[in-house]
Design a protein around this ligand. Structure first.
Ligand code: PGA
Length: 250
């Protein structure tokens, strides 16, 4: 089974509109001959600026979160309807910063995920263990729980619009990357979890990205692993000079 590679840039809470436009223009130009699947996820206030720049190119537009409700009295939240209106195609859910800083639990993430799917979005579901969980030998158990609970109630027919991003929390923004072998082992394990839930064909088709200090220097080694199908990139996604070589690894 050959899965396409999918390289996504998570811009987190960085950039003004002018800076975002500059980066998006550079990426469109430099990735136009890129062979993989690409996405940028700018902050909410930047989406309207970036949308027309990436529209019709090989770069998808992603949001970093969405509300669990469609609309209503939810001060400070952003709805799937508002995201759809801006041309957003993909929503990142369950990022470790959402889980650990903003205390989002699996049930909330699952609710958001089902709402996003119902509105036609692709979802990147982030999973990953904390350092103390890894040291206690619980990395697999944590990833299994986050995968199973995150996907609860999702039909196999919708699995083609789900991407999983394995992001060991201790590797995010720290400069510490999981070794390609360690990352691949978790990816293989998660693929096994998907096989148990949805069968072998679905497990072989699902894209599992790695995230956590992906850089131009380590991208090719990570992507060479059988079960690593792409990357969710944070810090290195903020400059075309770093993101483009990752996106064109190898
Ligand atoms: P990083 O972030 O590449 O800066 O480690 C990855 C992420 O949080 O998605």
């Amino acid at each position: 089974m050959t899965r396409p590679y999918y390289i996504a840039g998570n811009w987190k809470m960085h950039k003004t509109r002018a800076e975002a436009a500059e980066l998006a223009v550079a990426l469109v130009d430099q990735l136009k001959d890129g062979k993989h699947k690409y996405l940028v996820a700018p902050g909410f206030t930047l989406l309207e600026t970036v949308a027309p720049i990436v529209k019709g190119t090989n770069i998808r537009l992603g949001a970093q979160n969405c509300a669990a409700e469609e609309q209503g009295a939810h001060t400070g939240e952003v709805s799937v309807l508002q995201l759809k209106d801006l041309g957003v195609q993909t929503v990142i859910l369950g990022h470790s910063e959402r889980r650990h800083i903003y205390k989002e639990d699996d049930a909330l993430i699952n609710k958001k995920l089902k709402l996003a799917l119902a509105h036609g979005f692709e979802v990147i579901l982030c999973i990953g263990e904390l350092l103390e969980e890894r040291e206690a030998g619980k990395a697999e158990a944590v990833c299994e729980t986050q995968t199973v609970k995150g996907l609860e109630g999702v039909a196999v027919a919708d699995l083609g619009r789900i991407v999983i991003a394995y992001e060991p929390v201790w590797a995010i923004g720290t400069g510490k990357t999981a070794t390609p072998e360690d990352a691949d082992a978790i990816h293989a394990f998660v693929r096994g979890v998907i096989a148990k839930l949805y069968g072998q064909a679905a497990a072989e088709a699902i894209i599992i990205q790695y995230g956590g200090s992906v850089k131009p220097e380590n991208a090719a080694q990570l992507m060479a692993k059988e079960n690593i199908d792409g990357a969710l990139v944070g810090g290195a996604a903020l400059k075309a000079g770093a993101f483009v070589p990752i996106a064109k690894f190898g």
